[in-house]
Design a protein around this ligand. Structure first.
Ligand SMILES: Cc1ncc(COP(=O)(O)O)c(C=O)c1O
Length: 441
């Protein structure tokens, strides 16, 4: 009997034994292509020698110091580097350990900024219905992830939420397409309904990740959202935990729409699977409000800004930029997109293919013409992931609780041959799913 609590009690998992580049081996010697970089984390692949060197070198100097007693060269250099790479004046950096903590920290910075400006009544957030911002109670309150919320509703804040900006399943306008950006205007309506004087900010994933599978907003959406936030004096928080650090073809995905959020949240690809680390990047006006008030950045965790995590994250960011991996993601975007769309020709279960950079989603349906999904009880997402795994391919689930979808997000330095193999294995796995589930539903 295992004493370790795993996601599904009673459901065994293979033991991971080692990993290198885009490949993972289990203890039985089976090899898997890491088609989703774990949970869209391992952007530089596994066991990158330069990251391991940075980890070893820093561990010989100092691994831990509490941030109230010391700053450190790696943490200072990482903050400088992130400030330099981020657009606009997003130039203050708070370091924490996970995406959930970073989302909570961003929300708290937003609240504190309003409180220090003498407007504590601005304490509500508006988010999106199908979204994921983390598993701690604050971050979960901002998330529309039915399965992860289910047992905790009693402790969650009831924040207003608007529909996803989905071009495949638009809930905002009966006339879509063409898109009239009703999905962005839904934020305007939600802020007015709460009262702009009570809204601290808005939080979005630039590309929806875990609840929908790489749902990319229509052109103009983020620019409109920026205008709405400015109009209502609400801070725009971009949760770039999944999309940031080059994943979507620019350092922040928001740059693809020339939009500078007031707060940006990084996680996953920042530590790239080598250390737990996450960050909040804040614009100058946010920090200035706090500096002019209490001057105190409250919060932070025991391991915040520890030198080991900072040194590794700095190496990850430096390698990402030196190797021009955001540019590579942007170059591969149309190539992977076309290969995935080709799969639609022979696989009627694939209802939609969408993505940005190297973050792609496949939505699986029972009937393509009506876009009807399988009932969730049929666990199509899970069955498909199992078929992929049986074919030596690891992908990540992205069901929004109603529809079935998976995320594809290989390491940004995946080779061309590995990318071809990923598509071949997807093809085989879709055939295996079809053998199990007739397309009639
Ligand atoms: C967009 C987004 N935000 C926040 C989180 C939470 O990050 P973590 O699991 O590191 O707490 C995730 C994790 O999947 C995410 O995808």
């Amino acid at each position: 009997m295992s004493h370790l609590l795993k996601p599904h009690l009673g459901q065994p998992l293979p033991n991971v034994a080692r990993a290198a580049g885009s490949w993972v081996w289990d203890a039985a010697g089976r090899r898997y292509l890491d088609g989703s970089s774990g949970a869209v984390v391992v952007s530089l692949g596994h066991a990158h020698p330069e990251v391991l060197r940075a980890l070893h070198e820093q561990s010989r100097l100092v691994t831990y110091a509490v941030r109230a007693q010391f700053t450190s060269e790696p943490a200072e250099r990482l903050a400088d580097r992130l400030a330099e790479l981020a657009p606009g004046d997003l130039d203050s950096v708070l370091l924490v350990n996970s995406g959930s903590e970073a989302v909570e920290s961003a929300a708290k910075l937003a609240l504190q900024h309003w409180s220090e400006r003498g407007r504590p009544e601005k304490h509500r957030f508006v988010s999106r219905r199908a979204s994921y911002h983390g598993t701690t109670l604050g971050a979960l309150s901002l998330s529309g992830h039915p399965v992860r919320r289910r047992h905790f509703e009693s402790l969650l804040h009831a924040f207003p939420a608007v529909p996803q900006p989905s071009r495949y399943r638009c809930e905002s306008s009966a006339a879509c397409p063409p898109c009239d950006l009703s999905c962005a205007d839904a934020f305007d309506a939600a802020i007015r309904a709460v009262g702009a004087d009570r809204v601290a900010g808005v939080i979005v994933e630039p590309v929806v990740g875990a609840t929908g599978g790489a749902v990319v907003a229509p052109p103009g959406y983020h620019q409109r959202l920026r205008e709405i936030c400015d109009h209502h004096d609400a801070l725009l928080i971009a949760d770039e935990v999944m999309t940031g650090v080059g994943r979507c073809g620019s350092f922040l995905a928001m740059e693809r729409w020339d939009t500078v959020p007031d707060l940006a949240v990084l996680g996953k690809g920042l530590g790239a699977g080598y250390v737990p680390v996450a960050a909040v990047l804040a614009r100058r006006h946010v920090v200035e409000a706090i500096a002019a008030g209490s001057g105190l950045i409250t919060g932070g965790h025991t391991y915040s800004a520890n030198p080991l995590a900072a040194a590794v994250a700095l190496a990850v960011v430096d390698i990402t930029i030196r190797d021009r991996l955001p540019e590579r993601a942007r170059r591969l975007e149309p190539i992977l997109g076309a290969a995935l769309r080709d799969l639609m020709e022979s696989h009627p279960h694939v209802g939609d293919v969408r993505g940005l950079g190297l973050l792609w989603g496949l939505e699986l349906v029972a009937d393509r013409s009506s876009r009807r999904s399988y009932p969730r009880e049929r666990m199509v997402t899970e069955r498909f992931l199992a078929a992929c795994r049986a074919n030596g391919l690891l992908l990540y689930p992205a069901s929004d609780g109603h529809n079935d979808a998976v995320l594809i997000g290989p390491p940004l330095n995946v080779t061309d041959d590995e990318l071809d193999l990923l598509v071949t294995r997807l093809d085989t796995s879709l055939s295996a799913l079809e053998a199990e589930l007739p397309a009639s539903g």
